[in-house]
Design a protein. Structure first.
Length: 319
């Protein structure tokens, strides 16, 4: 991710996922008190190689597939785009250059002339990026959780294999409102002066997790009690999220259905719906509170009814 504007999201058939290892950090025994956040964050993950983002046909009847991993060029291992470009700069335009790919478990070798290889560089990447919402910080363990669901890279249609990852504070520059059948999204910019908030050590089905390294206290409030699933009631609750700049705001919702590991809700805050049209891409991870306790985090929206969504219990997210 450059320090520019971002927009992200992953679309399923009916429900919309809103948002993409190094040493894994396991969330141990669930903490009983956590700090609810709601801040917009930029997410960066350095992949463990160079991958094709699209299907490309550099020459007749030769297809390079989305998700193919570039292993070697001219006999040299390639782990990032900088290494690839360095190799190509040293090559002349005479003769062909060997390209070795990994497609699934199959190794494939092609030979291309330099101008052809230069044309495919825009279809390669060594990082994935996006935005979402910070869910909680554990002040005792110095850890955090965000998103409430796994990052799926659209180039692979799978969780990205990554070496390092980081989260940063971001500010909302613009909103594309949701409408029935058309999920809206946030466009945001990383706030450089805040620096690194935390690293990413785990990308699990319940969210992204890592160490909280930011030393300032201005983002943190007092920790509150985590609500257990049997305590949640049908009725009013609130979400904390960011829709303007970097300000975390509180908005009213109505809990409408409670299941074993998740619950459904409806946005009924007139101000929020007027600004967003409903739930947006990038709201994933927004904390939900009821009666002063920390209940869970937004994870999904219903595409045809964008004011309705689903959330994960915080106790499940901490598993």
């Amino acid at each position: 991710m450059t320090r520019g504007k971002l927009q992200t999201g992953l679309l399923s058939f009916f429900v919309f996922f809103m948002f993409m290892p190094i040493a894994t950090i396991h969330v141990s025994a669930a903490s009983e008190r956590l700090i609810p956040m709601g801040h917009s964050i930029g997410i960066e993950m350095e992949l463990d190689g160079v991958f094709f983002t699209n299907d490309v046909m550099p020459e007749k009847d030769i297809w390079l597939k989305s998700g193919d991993r570039l292993q070697q060029i001219a006999g040299r291992d390639v782990k990032n785009l900088q290494q690839l470009e360095s190799v190509l700069k040293k090559r002349s335009e005479d003769g062909k250059i060997t390209l070795q790919l990994l497609r699934g478990k199959e190794q494939i070798v092609y030979e291309f002339e330099l101008p052809v290889l230069q044309q495919i560089i825009p279809f390669l990447k060594d990082r994935t990026e996006g935005n979402g919402t910070l869910t909680y910080v554990d002040p005792e363990k110095k850890t955090y959780g965000a998103l409430g669901h796994q990052i799926i890279d659209s180039s692979f249609n799978a969780p990205p294999q990554f070496e390092t990852g980081a989260i940063y504070m971001s500010t909302i520059d613009q909103i594309k409102k949701s409408s029935p059948g058309n999920p809206g999204y946030k466009i945001s910019t990383i706030i450089a002066e805040h620096g690194l908030l935390g690293d990413i050590r785990q990308n699990s089905v319940y969210g992204i997790f890592g160490q909280w390294v930011y030393e300032g206290n201005e983002l943190l409030s007092a920790p509150i009690e985590v609500l257990t699933p049997h305590e949640l009631k049908i009725g009013p609750a609130e979400i904390r999220t960011t829709v303007t700049g970097s300000k975390v705001e509180r908005f009213s919702i109505e809990i409408t259905q409670i299941d074993e590991e998740q619950f459904h809700f409806t946005l009924n805050d007139v101000d929020l719906v007027s600004k967003t049209g409903g739930i947006l891409q990038g709201m994933s991870g927004s904390p939900i509170l009821q009666n002063g306790k920390f209940a869970g985090a937004i994870t999904h929206m219903f595409v045809d009814e964008p004011e309705k969504g689903a959330a994960l219990f915080l106790t499940t997210m901490q598993q």
